[in-house]
Every structure is written in C-alpha cells, then in structure tokens.
Write a protein that binds this ligand. Structure first.
Ligand code: TXA
Ligand code: MG
Length: 336
C-alpha cells in the first residue's frame, strides 16, 4: 500500500478494486496524472471522472459551499455511503477541468471496499478513477481483467477482495432547484433512491432503464459536454474570412507561431494566444485543455467584442491526441 500511495502522489496510475468494478486511479488534483488515465485507456474522448474519497470531510475540497448546503447530500450519504452511489454537484474551481470534462460539476463517491479506502487514505488525496478497462471494453471485476487490458500501460494493480456488486455506481445529480436526477443506473436501485428522497423533491431518471438480460447502459452517454460560449473555429490553412477579433489556440509553439502569422496577415486583432504545450506533448496538453479554453473565452468576453472568435488549429490524431482532437471538434460543432 505505501508503494501504491507513493505512485499516486507522484502522478502515476494505480488500478484498485472497489465494490462495483476495478477503478484506474490518479490523484484527482494532479491534472497531468489524470490525463494519463485517458492515455492508458485509449479513450478517444474525455468523459468526466468520478472522484473517490475516504472521509466525508473531503467533500469540502470538491463541492462548493453552496452545493454542500444542500441537505440531500447528507441524506444520500447517510443512506448509501460508503457504497455504490456517485453524487454530482457544483465543483470547487480547484478541481481540474479534465476531471470534470469542462463541466462546472464533479461526481464524488465514497466507496465501501477496504482496499480502495486504504489507498485513498494512504495517498492522502481524493482519487479520480474511471473503470479500469481499455476504451470500449468490458469493465473489469478482477485484477486479471485489468492486466489483460492494461498491463504495461499503468504503474500498479492492487489485489483485493472481489468486486461484489459488479456494475458501476448509480450516478445522481443535485442541482440548486428541481428534483435529483439519476444520470446512470447502477448499484443502488432507483426505488431505493426515490424512497430516501421522497420528502426532498424526489428523483427523476434521465438515464434509460436497463432491460432484463441487457447490460447496463454504457456510462458517458448521458453527460453533457463543455461547449464554449464564444464560437470556436478550427482552421487548417486559411484564416477564416471576416474574423477581426480573436484568441488563438494551437497544439504547440510552432503551430501557434504559424497561426499568429495568418492572423497578422489577415489584419485580425489577437487578444490572447495559447499553445497547449511547448512541443507536442498530449499528456500536458490534455491536462489543461479545458482551463485554457475557459481562459480564452473569459479574455474574449472581457474584451466585449461581440463577433470575437476562438481560432484553433486541430490537434494531431493518434493516442491521447485523438481525445483532444475530438473535444476541439465538438467545441467547434456547437451551434452558435
Ligand atoms: O462504480 C463506479 O462508478 C466505477 C468505480 C471505479 O468507482 N467508476 C466508473 O467510472 O464507472 P466511469 O468513468 O466508467 O464512469 C463515470 C461516469 C461518466 O461517464 C458520467 O456518466 C458520470 O459518471 N459522471 C461523472 N462525473 C459527472 C459529472 N460531473 N456530470 C455528469 N456525469 C458525470
Ligand atoms: Mg466505464
């Protein structure tokens, strides 16, 4: 355990058993460590990750004070923690954008499995962890499943008692108004959640119900994704006509210099210009992608030029780069 905890503290990846499925964990507050999770999974896109805690007191590091004032958090935690329930609520700004996939909320779970709890305690930090499978493969319920898929791509696997639930946690979102929303069916049945929340606005299921004999819906299908308020245009060779005010975003310094040249030649005013990393480094780029997008957006909103746009050069495909490229494409495709 001390070795696994040291790996987490150093920004590495440790797979660990929970009572639902095996998770692939990194320090939730270490953005490059979290980026390595996506790299190891070969995930072509960034989905928000669940942050695992060992003490309820750690919620104050993750949820805003306003979110924590919601009595439903205590009600749900008293009823189902430790256990197979993830609570989604407003995130503190310190939670890395990559953990939240750019959303302003974060999902948190206090697991019951002793090995998971021991790892979180020894590491001294909340641990962000998706299921420990390669993209598109089944969620693992044994250390052997994990090794079949991820051997050589992660730093350690912890052995422990079997994952007795075997399906992922139920994901419940709490907003400042309206009933709780079930985003993903999982280890805690909707009926149990509804009973506990009956006097507190109830709960509506937005996740499709699993059919008997059909595996649970894949996670990631119900979450909304970050989309900039300021339009984002992906450019390859030509600077888009009619853009006179912009912020620039490029995969690396060299591409950024080219983009700056194009902007200057077209006479556009550049309010900010950002390289995702100095030379192409997908782990570093992914770690801060959402923060950089938010910063560029904030700069342009402050400039108060209504037609301002974020002009981005596409990220090269391959490995973790494909996930970055996917998010930029989605941001660009948002209807304005
Ligand atoms: O049982 C589990 O939940 C396992 C173990 C390891 O804890 N973890 C797991 O993680 O299933 P993952 O990454 O496979 O699924 C996480 C899902 C996301 O795809 C999304 O559906 C939801 O949880 N989620 C997490 N954070 C969210 C947020 N801020 N807003 C909406 N949905 C969120
Ligand atoms: Mg999964």
């Amino acid at each position: 355990m001390p070795r696994a905890a040291a790996i987490i503290r150093a920004g590495g990846l440790v797979a660990f058993p929970t009572e639902t499925v095996y998770g692939l964990g990194a320090n939730a507050f270490d953005a490059p460590g979290v980026a390595r999770i996506f790299e190891a999974k070969g995930r072509p896109t960034f989905d928000p990750l669940i942050v695992h805690i060992a003490e309820r007191a750690d919620l104050t590091r993750l949820f805003t004070d306003v979110a924590l004032a919601d009595p439903r958090i205590t009600i749900l935690a008293d009823a189902f923690w430790p256990g197979a329930l993830t609570i989604v609520a407003a995130a503190r700004p310190e939670v890395p954008g990559l953990v939240r996939a750019g959303l302003n909320t974060v999902g948190v779970r206090l697991p019951r499995h002793e090995t998971a709890l021991a790892l979180i305690r020894a590491a001294g930090t909340p641990i962000a962890a998706p299921s420990a499978n390669r993209f598109g493969r089944l969620s693992p319920t044994t250390a052997d499943h994990v090794l079949e898929q991820l051997d050589g791509r992660i730093d350690a696997v912890l052995l422990g008692e079997a994952t007795d639930i075997g399906v992922e946690s139920s994901v419940v979102a709490l907003e400042s108004s309206g009933p709780a929303r079930l985003l993903r069916h999982g280890g805690i049945p909707l009926e149990d959640l509804a009973r506990v929340l009956a006097d507190h606005g109830g709960i509506v299921a937005v996740a499709p119900t699993a059919q008997p004999g059909v595996p649970l819906q894949a996670p990631g299908m119900t979450e909304s994704h970050y989309a900039p308020i300021v339009p984002l245009l992906l450019v390859t060779e030509e600077f888009p006509a009619g853009v006179t005010e912009c912020a620039l975003l490029a995969p690396d310094r060299t591409t950024l210099t080219q983009l700056e040249g194009l902007a200057a030649a077209s006479g556009a005013t550049v309010h900010a210009s950002v390289a995702l990393s100095e030379s192409l480094d997908p782990v570093a780029a992914a770690a801060h992608l959402f923060e950089r997008l938010h910063e560029l957006e904030a700069t342009l909103l402050r400039s108060a030029v209504p037609a301002a746009k974020i002009i981005a050069a596409p990220y090269p495909e391959g490995g973790l780069g494909s996930a970055i490229a996917d998010r930029l494409r989605r941001a660009a495709a948002t209807p304005q």
